[in-house]
Design a protein. Sequence first.
Length: 278
Amino acid sequence: MVLIENIEKLKEVLFRIKSNGKSIGLVPTMGALHSGHLSLIERAKIECQVVVVSIFVNPTQFNNQDDLSKYPRTLEADLELIKDYADIVFAPVASEIYPTPPNEKFHFGALEEVMEGSSRPGHFNGVAIIVKRLFDYINPDKAYFGEKDFQQLAIIKELVRQCQLDITIVPCPIIREENGLARSSRNQRLSEQEREMASHVYKILTKSLTLSKEPINSVVSFVKTEINKIPEIKLEYFQIVDDITLQEIDTFSPDQGVVGCIAFYVSDVRLIDNIRYQ
């Protein structure tokens, strides 16, 4: 495993790899790696000849500076976790990526106007800026993203379409802790008791699957009511949406993909999750 911090060095190394006809898989991360990230890297290792993992806490996607300052940074532990899987780790400092303030503007229409987009203004433009730059630096054949960030995954697919990039986006399943809580770097900020409280959200989502023949507003009402019974959890949103357009739907249709997306707080830690209904 090679650690690279400089963009030009990265491009030089990858140019030689591409020139030798080898396929490149990219796993973009913000560090604080866990088994969810490792599952993406393992998938990339199977499907590509060279695996690049980026580790960069991207300031442009944080609309809350306090959240940015508290985001866990654990580079040494990250490198130890992935040393047998990643071939190249790209871990630049912010000034390497943004020597001047970024001014790119991306527009994703209705995809970015709901859920995370309405809760975190500017978030997806910040995500698009860093992902497009990583794509430009690395020119991967495939890039791997977790389905936990379901809306982000849709945004990145749209980014690839808009920019006409020859990159295959590979969605990877959510990895959960034993109690059902979705693996997240932010979980490091939770106490054991808080993790247990947070796990009840997935249990409620799972229970709501039994109501999939009920009207959608009944399912939404059930989830919100059950979560609001837990005083340690503050619900931000729960929406049941079309899995392509991300727009809320009124009825379940047998030929339509449907996902329930949720954001909530445990203490001051914001978490997201989702569950597929059909």
